[in-house]
Design a binder for this molecule. Structure first.
Ligand SMILES: Nc1ncnc2c1ncn2[C@@H]1O[C@H](COP(=O)(O)OP(=O)(O)OP(=O)(O)O)[C@@H](O)[C@H]1O
Ligand SMILES: [Mg+2]
Length: 269
Protein backbone atom coordinates (compact mmCIF):
# COMPACT_ATOMS: atom_id res chain seq x y z
CA UNK A 1 0.00 0.00 0.00
CA UNK A 2 2.59 2.54 1.11
CA UNK A 3 6.35 2.45 1.16
CA UNK A 4 8.63 5.08 2.65
CA UNK A 5 12.30 4.91 1.74
CA UNK A 6 14.96 6.80 3.67
CA UNK A 7 12.64 9.71 4.28
CA UNK A 8 14.25 12.74 5.88
CA UNK A 9 12.87 16.17 6.70
CA UNK A 10 15.24 18.86 7.85
CA UNK A 11 13.89 22.31 8.66
CA UNK A 12 16.23 25.31 8.40
CA UNK A 13 18.99 23.20 6.91
CA UNK A 14 22.43 24.80 7.34
CA UNK A 15 21.14 27.52 9.69
CA UNK A 16 21.69 27.74 13.45
CA UNK A 17 18.01 26.72 13.80
CA UNK A 18 18.46 23.48 11.88
CA UNK A 19 15.93 20.95 13.06
CA UNK A 20 15.91 17.34 11.92
CA UNK A 21 12.24 16.35 12.18
CA UNK A 22 12.66 13.05 10.32
CA UNK A 23 15.86 11.08 9.85
CA UNK A 24 15.87 8.18 7.46
CA UNK A 25 12.42 6.72 8.01
CA UNK A 26 11.81 3.40 6.27
CA UNK A 27 8.38 1.85 6.46
CA UNK A 28 6.10 -0.45 4.51
CA UNK A 29 2.40 -0.42 5.31
CA UNK A 30 0.28 -3.24 3.87
CA UNK A 31 -3.23 -2.82 2.54
CA UNK A 32 -5.76 -3.21 5.36
CA UNK A 33 -3.20 -2.52 8.09
CA UNK A 34 -4.27 -0.48 11.10
CA UNK A 35 -1.04 1.01 12.42
CA UNK A 36 -0.97 2.92 15.70
CA UNK A 37 1.84 5.45 16.18
CA UNK A 38 3.06 6.75 19.52
CA UNK A 39 5.95 9.01 20.51
CA UNK A 40 6.66 12.04 22.65
CA UNK A 41 6.00 15.65 21.59
CA UNK A 42 8.28 16.68 18.76
CA UNK A 43 9.11 13.07 17.80
CA UNK A 44 8.19 13.76 14.16
CA UNK A 45 4.79 12.07 13.93
CA UNK A 46 2.87 14.97 12.37
CA UNK A 47 5.82 15.75 10.10
CA UNK A 48 5.66 12.17 8.86
CA UNK A 49 1.99 12.71 7.94
CA UNK A 50 2.80 16.09 6.34
CA UNK A 51 5.30 14.38 4.11
CA UNK A 52 2.98 11.46 3.25
CA UNK A 53 0.04 13.78 2.52
CA UNK A 54 2.14 16.26 0.55
CA UNK A 55 1.94 19.25 2.91
CA UNK A 56 5.77 19.13 3.02
CA UNK A 57 8.27 18.00 0.43
CA UNK A 58 10.82 15.77 2.16
CA UNK A 59 14.47 16.84 2.16
CA UNK A 60 15.34 13.39 0.82
CA UNK A 61 13.86 9.95 0.34
CA UNK A 62 10.95 8.49 -1.57
CA UNK A 63 7.24 7.84 -1.01
CA UNK A 64 5.60 5.10 -3.07
CA UNK A 65 1.86 4.36 -3.06
CA UNK A 66 0.01 1.29 -4.21
CA UNK A 67 2.72 -1.22 -3.42
CA UNK A 68 1.75 -4.88 -2.95
CA UNK A 69 3.04 -8.32 -3.91
CA UNK A 70 2.08 -7.67 -7.54
CA UNK A 71 2.44 -3.92 -8.01
CA UNK A 72 5.67 -2.05 -7.56
CA UNK A 73 3.74 1.15 -6.85
CA UNK A 74 3.87 4.71 -8.06
CA UNK A 75 6.20 7.32 -6.67
CA UNK A 76 4.32 10.30 -5.22
CA UNK A 77 7.13 12.07 -3.36
CA UNK A 78 6.54 15.32 -5.23
CA UNK A 79 2.88 14.98 -6.16
CA UNK A 80 0.75 18.01 -5.17
CA UNK A 81 -1.15 17.79 -1.90
CA UNK A 82 -4.56 18.37 -3.53
CA UNK A 83 -4.00 15.42 -5.85
CA UNK A 84 -3.04 13.15 -2.97
CA UNK A 85 -6.14 14.32 -1.09
CA UNK A 86 -8.16 12.22 -3.56
CA UNK A 87 -6.78 9.02 -2.10
CA UNK A 88 -5.31 10.05 1.25
CA UNK A 89 -7.80 11.11 3.93
CA UNK A 90 -6.53 13.03 6.91
CA UNK A 91 -8.20 13.91 10.20
CA UNK A 92 -6.69 16.32 12.69
CA UNK A 93 -6.99 16.86 16.42
CA UNK A 94 -9.06 20.03 15.93
CA UNK A 95 -12.66 18.97 15.22
CA UNK A 96 -13.34 22.27 13.43
CA UNK A 97 -10.88 21.58 10.63
CA UNK A 98 -12.68 18.83 8.72
CA UNK A 99 -15.99 20.56 7.97
CA UNK A 100 -17.13 24.02 6.84
CA UNK A 101 -18.84 25.66 9.84
CA UNK A 102 -20.67 28.35 7.87
CA UNK A 103 -22.31 25.82 5.58
CA UNK A 104 -25.28 23.60 6.33
CA UNK A 105 -24.85 19.93 7.07
CA UNK A 106 -26.55 19.10 3.76
CA UNK A 107 -24.11 21.32 1.82
CA UNK A 108 -21.13 19.79 3.62
CA UNK A 109 -22.35 16.32 2.71
CA UNK A 110 -23.00 17.49 -0.84
CA UNK A 111 -19.43 18.80 -1.22
CA UNK A 112 -18.09 15.49 -0.06
CA UNK A 113 -20.45 13.52 -2.27
CA UNK A 114 -19.52 15.59 -5.34
CA UNK A 115 -15.87 14.69 -4.86
CA UNK A 116 -16.75 11.22 -6.08
CA UNK A 117 -18.55 12.50 -9.19
CA UNK A 118 -16.23 15.12 -10.61
CA UNK A 119 -17.70 17.23 -13.39
CA UNK A 120 -21.23 15.89 -13.05
CA UNK A 121 -23.99 18.30 -12.14
CA UNK A 122 -25.71 16.93 -9.07
CA UNK A 123 -28.33 18.90 -7.20
CA UNK A 124 -29.52 18.47 -3.66
CA UNK A 125 -32.83 16.77 -4.39
CA UNK A 126 -35.07 14.71 -2.12
CA UNK A 127 -33.27 11.51 -3.03
CA UNK A 128 -29.91 12.98 -2.08
CA UNK A 129 -31.26 14.25 1.24
CA UNK A 130 -32.60 10.81 2.04
CA UNK A 131 -29.29 9.24 1.13
CA UNK A 132 -27.45 11.68 3.43
CA UNK A 133 -29.91 11.01 6.23
CA UNK A 134 -29.29 7.31 5.91
CA UNK A 135 -25.53 7.84 6.05
CA UNK A 136 -25.84 10.16 9.05
CA UNK A 137 -28.02 7.71 10.93
CA UNK A 138 -24.97 5.46 11.28
CA UNK A 139 -23.45 8.05 13.63
CA UNK A 140 -26.39 7.67 16.00
CA UNK A 141 -26.27 11.34 16.99
CA UNK A 142 -29.56 12.53 15.57
CA UNK A 143 -27.75 14.53 12.88
CA UNK A 144 -30.02 13.07 10.20
CA UNK A 145 -32.67 15.51 11.49
CA UNK A 146 -30.40 18.55 11.23
CA UNK A 147 -29.53 18.74 7.53
CA UNK A 148 -30.44 22.44 7.38
CA UNK A 149 -28.38 23.48 10.41
CA UNK A 150 -25.04 25.16 9.96
CA UNK A 151 -22.31 22.78 11.07
CA UNK A 152 -20.86 25.42 13.44
CA UNK A 153 -23.83 24.72 15.72
CA UNK A 154 -22.64 21.16 16.36
CA UNK A 155 -20.48 20.00 19.27
CA UNK A 156 -16.84 19.05 18.80
CA UNK A 157 -17.73 15.35 19.04
CA UNK A 158 -20.48 15.70 16.45
CA UNK A 159 -18.18 17.59 14.08
CA UNK A 160 -15.42 15.03 14.44
CA UNK A 161 -17.91 12.21 13.80
CA UNK A 162 -19.07 14.07 10.72
CA UNK A 163 -15.51 14.61 9.53
CA UNK A 164 -14.85 10.92 9.95
CA UNK A 165 -18.00 9.96 8.04
CA UNK A 166 -17.29 12.40 5.22
CA UNK A 167 -13.69 11.27 4.97
CA UNK A 168 -14.54 7.58 4.71
CA UNK A 169 -17.39 8.33 2.27
CA UNK A 170 -14.73 9.45 -0.19
CA UNK A 171 -13.14 5.97 0.12
CA UNK A 172 -9.52 6.94 0.76
CA UNK A 173 -6.83 4.34 0.08
CA UNK A 174 -5.06 5.55 3.20
CA UNK A 175 -6.52 7.26 6.26
CA UNK A 176 -4.18 9.34 8.43
CA UNK A 177 -5.51 10.11 11.91
CA UNK A 178 -3.52 12.65 13.91
CA UNK A 179 -4.66 12.49 17.56
CA UNK A 180 -8.20 12.73 16.22
CA UNK A 181 -9.82 12.04 19.60
CA UNK A 182 -7.44 14.12 21.75
CA UNK A 183 -9.60 17.27 21.90
CA UNK A 184 -12.77 15.39 22.91
CA UNK A 185 -14.14 14.45 26.32
CA UNK A 186 -13.69 10.77 27.27
CA UNK A 187 -17.21 9.76 26.20
CA UNK A 188 -16.93 11.40 22.78
CA UNK A 189 -13.38 10.13 22.36
CA UNK A 190 -14.64 6.56 22.88
CA UNK A 191 -17.51 7.19 20.50
CA UNK A 192 -15.20 8.46 17.75
CA UNK A 193 -12.81 5.57 18.38
CA UNK A 194 -15.65 3.06 18.01
CA UNK A 195 -16.78 4.70 14.78
CA UNK A 196 -13.19 4.67 13.51
CA UNK A 197 -12.92 0.93 14.13
CA UNK A 198 -16.30 0.28 12.59
CA UNK A 199 -15.54 2.27 9.43
CA UNK A 200 -12.06 0.78 9.15
CA UNK A 201 -13.63 -2.68 9.15
CA UNK A 202 -16.61 -1.92 6.94
CA UNK A 203 -14.67 0.00 4.29
CA UNK A 204 -11.53 -2.15 4.67
CA UNK A 205 -9.46 0.98 5.16
CA UNK A 206 -5.73 1.17 5.60
CA UNK A 207 -5.26 3.35 8.67
CA UNK A 208 -2.38 5.06 10.43
CA UNK A 209 -3.37 6.51 13.79
CA UNK A 210 -1.20 8.79 15.91
CA UNK A 211 -2.25 8.78 19.55
CA UNK A 212 -0.93 9.76 22.96
CA UNK A 213 -3.34 7.29 24.50
CA UNK A 214 -1.24 4.19 25.21
CA UNK A 215 -4.29 2.06 25.88
CA UNK A 216 -5.73 2.92 22.45
CA UNK A 217 -2.34 2.33 20.84
CA UNK A 218 -2.16 -1.15 22.35
CA UNK A 219 -5.80 -2.08 22.07
CA UNK A 220 -6.41 -1.11 18.44
CA UNK A 221 -4.75 -2.04 15.21
CA UNK A 222 -2.42 -4.81 14.08
CA UNK A 223 0.86 -2.95 14.38
CA UNK A 224 2.41 -0.38 16.71
CA UNK A 225 5.17 2.08 15.84
CA UNK A 226 7.03 4.25 18.30
CA UNK A 227 8.77 7.36 17.03
CA UNK A 228 11.49 9.30 18.78
CA UNK A 229 13.75 12.11 17.54
CA UNK A 230 12.58 11.69 13.95
CA UNK A 231 13.03 7.92 13.82
CA UNK A 232 10.86 4.84 14.11
CA UNK A 233 12.52 3.19 17.08
CA UNK A 234 10.02 0.40 17.67
CA UNK A 235 7.91 -1.58 15.21
CA UNK A 236 5.73 -4.14 16.96
CA UNK A 237 3.56 -6.67 15.13
CA UNK A 238 0.09 -7.86 16.16
CA UNK A 239 1.31 -10.96 17.98
CA UNK A 240 3.82 -9.10 20.12
CA UNK A 241 1.40 -6.22 20.60
CA UNK A 242 -1.22 -8.53 22.06
CA UNK A 243 1.19 -9.50 24.85
CA UNK A 244 2.48 -6.00 25.54
CA UNK A 245 1.37 -3.74 28.43
CA UNK A 246 1.77 0.04 28.67
CA UNK A 247 4.54 -0.54 31.24
CA UNK A 248 6.12 -2.93 28.74
CA UNK A 249 6.24 -0.23 26.05
CA UNK A 250 7.80 2.30 28.41
CA UNK A 251 10.38 -0.30 29.40
CA UNK A 252 11.20 -1.07 25.74
CA UNK A 253 11.65 2.67 25.11
CA UNK A 254 14.00 2.99 28.11
CA UNK A 255 16.00 -0.05 27.01
CA UNK A 256 16.50 1.42 23.51
CA UNK A 257 17.45 4.82 24.87
CA UNK A 258 19.85 3.30 27.41
CA UNK A 259 21.51 1.28 24.65
CA UNK A 260 21.86 4.42 22.52
CA UNK A 261 23.34 6.39 25.39
CA UNK A 262 25.79 3.56 26.01
CA UNK A 263 26.73 3.57 22.30
CA UNK A 264 27.23 7.34 22.42
CA UNK A 265 29.52 6.97 25.41
CA UNK A 266 31.54 4.34 23.59
CA UNK A 267 31.83 6.67 20.58
CA UNK A 268 32.90 9.58 22.78
CA UNK A 269 35.43 7.63 24.84
N1 LIG B 1 7.36 23.92 9.60
C1 LIG B 1 8.29 23.65 10.51
N2 LIG B 1 9.39 24.43 10.63
C2 LIG B 1 10.35 24.18 11.52
N3 LIG B 1 10.32 23.12 12.38
C3 LIG B 1 9.25 22.32 12.32
C4 LIG B 1 8.18 22.53 11.39
N4 LIG B 1 7.27 21.55 11.56
C5 LIG B 1 7.73 20.76 12.55
N5 LIG B 1 8.92 21.21 13.02
C6 LIG B 1 9.74 20.59 14.06
O1 LIG B 1 9.87 19.21 13.77
C7 LIG B 1 9.88 18.45 14.96
C8 LIG B 1 8.82 17.40 14.89
O2 LIG B 1 7.54 18.03 15.00
P1 LIG B 1 6.18 17.24 14.84
O3 LIG B 1 5.09 18.24 14.82
O4 LIG B 1 6.29 16.32 13.70
O5 LIG B 1 6.13 16.39 16.19
P2 LIG B 1 4.99 15.44 16.75
O6 LIG B 1 5.63 14.11 16.97
O7 LIG B 1 3.81 15.49 15.89
O8 LIG B 1 4.69 16.09 18.17
P3 LIG B 1 3.31 16.27 18.98
O9 LIG B 1 3.11 14.98 19.72
O10 LIG B 1 3.60 17.40 19.89
O11 LIG B 1 2.23 16.58 18.00
C9 LIG B 1 9.70 19.45 16.10
O12 LIG B 1 10.98 19.74 16.63
C10 LIG B 1 9.09 20.64 15.42
O13 LIG B 1 9.43 21.83 16.09
MG1 LIG C 1 1.82 16.11 16.13
Amino acid sequence: MLRLENLAMVFGSGTPDENIALRSVNLRVESGDFVTIIGSNGAGKTTLYNVIAGSCVPSSGRIVMGVDEVHTGREITREAEYKRARYIGRIFQNPLLGTAGKMTLADNMMLCHKKGYKGLKISLNKGMREQFQEQLRVLDMGLENRLNDNVELFSGGQRQALTLLMTVMSRPSLLLLDEHTAALDPRNAELIMNLTLRFAGEYRLTVMMITHNMTHALEYGNRLLMMDSGEIILDIDAEEKAKLTTEGIVQRFRDIRRQELANDEIRLS
